[in-house]
Design a protein around this ligand. Sequence first.
Ligand code: NAD
Length: 370
Amino acid sequence: MATFNLLLLPGDGIGVETMVEVERIIDFFNRSGRATFNTQSDLVGGAAYDAHGVAITDAAMDKAQKADAVIFGSVGGPKWADVPYAVRPEAGLLRLRKDLGLFANLRPAICYPALADASSLKRELVEGLDIMIVRELTGGVYFCEPKEIVTLENGEKRAIDTQIYTTSEIERIAKAAFDLARKRGNKVHSAEKHNVMRTGVLWKEVVTEVHRSYAPDVQLEHILADNCAMQLVRNPKQFDVIVTDNLFGDVLSDEAAMATGSLGMLPSASLGAVDATTGKRKALYEPVHGSAPDIAGKGLANPIATIASFGMALRYSCDMGAEADLVDQAIAGVLAAGYRTGDIMQSGMKQVGTAEMGGAILDELKKLAG
Ligand code: NAD
């Protein structure tokens, strides 16, 4: 039986509550003999700052480096609003992304039929929606230098951000997108602005070449990023995988996500390069939402985003696609049965808290797994 080492980093606020529900599901898979998950936990974010004065310790980073997957909750909160910038809670997540080399951010936008009416788009546009946005996470305009605000001789200020992409950066994200598409609908849209940006010209050239040499079996379409934004609200089901740079990915993934309803429903994965000797890749899985200080500690948080993030770990780090499907079906099943946390509550449905929602998903999983 396959064995996997997981590092659980619940963090702060509702991250702590939603991770408990993930642990129950891990426990179920261990007992059912489908795999052996060895779990370790550690502190991150404000919790790590309170205990150690840093947002993540070297010891926790060492565990993350050795793990098959890191499952991350959420960090931050008003308690740490005034801590020094270098050790603020978010610095823990940034160090994980940087030190693990997590260059590919995967954000699925899935619309469960039971929640189609909660979308800001019409039911027929979003029911059954299943898109994956692959965003380049470590390069581009958020990181490149020069990045500054300077005062000119005439007293005016001038701000500069710089967008740089190299061939190898584009190649590795394109390959990640083609690999994913092969496990899904076999179609990739590459979104850039080659009409006005030099990085867009190179992006298009490199993606085209990677497609020719690495993935001719996958359907590739190029789309201008602004048109992609428009098409996401006009006819989102035309997309399967969208690959794009850091800046456009930030915007397009939030836009696609809103088709699905609530922040409490959105998982994500961040992947590193495949190690040539082991065939494994570093990976971190986390809900898109934050620590939700307004509801933390009250047992109200929706655990679905964190549970679905663990589902992504099953699929992308453990090669357990069938079990990942079971987790997704269990979530769809409890939603169809009318269970709702406060953030996705609709009239006539049954309002439940974090533990009850987690328990209902676990019960459904047990039924589905036979
Ligand atoms: P947030 O995502 O924490 O909350 C936004 C709103 O959505 C709140 O009203 C919250 O109650 C609700 N919400 C979020 N997740 C929910 C869930 N699972 N179930 C039910 N309701 C949910 O964003 P924010 O309020 O802007 O930020 C709060 C803190 O979280 C800040 O310190 C911020 O820096 C941090 N943050 C952390 C991450 C991360 O850990 N990756 C991401 C975003 C924000």
